[in-house]
Write a protein of this length. Structure first.
Ligand SMILES: C[S@@+](CC[C@H](N)C(=O)[O-])C[C@H]1O[C@@H](n2cnc3c(N)ncnc32)[C@H](O)[C@@H]1O
Length: 377
């Protein structure tokens, strides 16, 4: 637990899942920049808060606060931190939202933690403009090295009263009021999947406009398996591409799919893609790894994430492997594609007795893990 102290508030905050505050603090310099310098009006909205520093701060100023995030882990963080009894006076009027943002009609200011892709920012601003009209005050902050100059130029060109504040502790703050009109945005982007049909995804979903090279290599491997049937879990499903590959290469098999992802928009996109192929028996879980999933799996497919925000991290992959070992049937297999530069093999060895390398190329290794070991107490 870490203590965030500002002139008007004191907040006890924790990351979700818990991480020692010495390794990762549950806020960054961009959060502090917003908290110390940005206007929040009477009815603020927060977009993309990672663990609740922004939402809890605003809710503590007695402002009814709307907070939108796509991530299950962030929602858990915001929820847990806002309900921590040590955090006094956090207003109960904290509305958490996911999926397509629906800003309350009274929203008069928006705080945004900079996203990873420009599409997300464009989508949030277009949605706010459509729902609230022009003139809303927006404050956007992020770590300077992650905000390309062309984003700044675009913001200045299409909005009013644009101000770029001095960089503080490597964070940038931009303030502006929403302009009259923003350039059009392609909300659903797609590419051709293994079945030659469109695979579509919403803004922010992993590799939504082209097939990731790792996913492509993994799909080739899936197509060469002798058979694939029974309960299949697509762990970290993104747009559902790996599930679509299973249905395409093993059409005659009795396949029951379960798809899981931390991103609500990934789940929505994957569902859309499966329905478009007439497959309606899938189960979907917006969750962290396999939390609260109880399917006994014959095969688990995993192309694991290796970022937490903008930093490289294998923590989510480790949780995925551990939980996969818990859910596999006796003769089940976990298939994992690993970037060569990431130390996945030792993590997999903790959960499985047998790890076989099925294939590799210059960038990736594909592992088949069987005989899950009992969890260590
Ligand atoms: C490398 S992408 C793979 C996407 C897709 N399976 C593919 O191969 O194209 C990793 C996916 O894991 C999801 N993810 C990240 N952290 C997660 C977590 N803690 N629990 C579940 N999914 C997570 C991301 O949202 C992303 O969709």
């Amino acid at each position: 637990m870490a203590l965030l102290t500002t002139p008007t508030s004191e907040l006890h905050l924790e990351c979700y899942p818990k991480v020692d505050a010495k390794i990762q603090q549950p806020w960054d310099a961009a959060d502090i920049y917003l908290i110390e310098s940005a206007n929040y009006g009477e009815f603020p909205a927060v977009v993309n808060d990672q663990w609740g520093a922004l939402s809890c701060f605003l809710a503590q100023q007695n402002s009814p606060t709307y907070s939108w995030t796509d991530s299950f882990c962030s929602q858990m963080g915001i929820n847990k931190n806002s309900q921590n009894p040590l955090n006094t006076n956090v207003s109960i009027d904290l509305i958490l939202d996911q999926g397509s943002p629906t800003f309350p009609s009274c929203t008069d200011s928006i705080w945004i933690q900079c996203p990873k892709s420009f599409d997300q920012l464009h989508w949030w601003l277009s949605t706010a403009l459509q729902q609230l009209g022009p003139g809303i005050k927006v404050s956007l902050a992020g770590m300077a090295k992650h905000i390309p100059v062309k984003w700044l130029k675009w913001l200045e060109q299409h909005n009013n009263d644009y101000q770029q504040h001095p960089i503080k502790k490597k964070a940038r703050l931009m303030t502006f009021t929403l302009g009259e009109k923003l350039p059009p945005l392609t909300v659903l982007k797609s590419y051709l999947g293994p079945d030659n049909k469109e695979v579509s995804a919403l803004p922010g979903v992993f590799s939504r406009d082209h097939m990731d090279i790792g996913s492509r290599f993994f799909i080739q491997q899936i197509s060469q398996l002798n058979s694939l049937s029974g309960n299949i879990i697509d762990l970290g499903c993104g747009n559902g591409l790996l599930s679509l590959a299973c249905l395409h290469y093993f059409p005659e098999q009795n396949i029951k799919l379960t798809l899981c992802d931390d991103s609500s928009l990934a789940i929505e996109s994957a569902e859309m893609n499966l329905i478009a192929r007439g497959y309606s028996q899938a189960e979907f879980h917006h969750t962290d790894a396999l939390l609260k999933v109880n399917t006994c799996a014959d095969t688990i497919l995993c192309n694991p994430p290796f970022h937490s925000g903008n930093r490289i991290s294998t923590a989510a992959a480790e949780r995925m492997f551990k939980q996969a070992a818990r859910l596999l049937a006796k003769d089940g297999q976990l298939l994992v594609i690993a970037n060569r530069h990431l130390p996945y093999a030792p993590l997999l060895k903790k959960g499985f007795k047998h790890i076989k390398q099925l294939n590799c190329d210059a960038k990736f290794v594909i592992y088949q893990c069987t005989d899950a070991l009992p969890p260590k107490r």
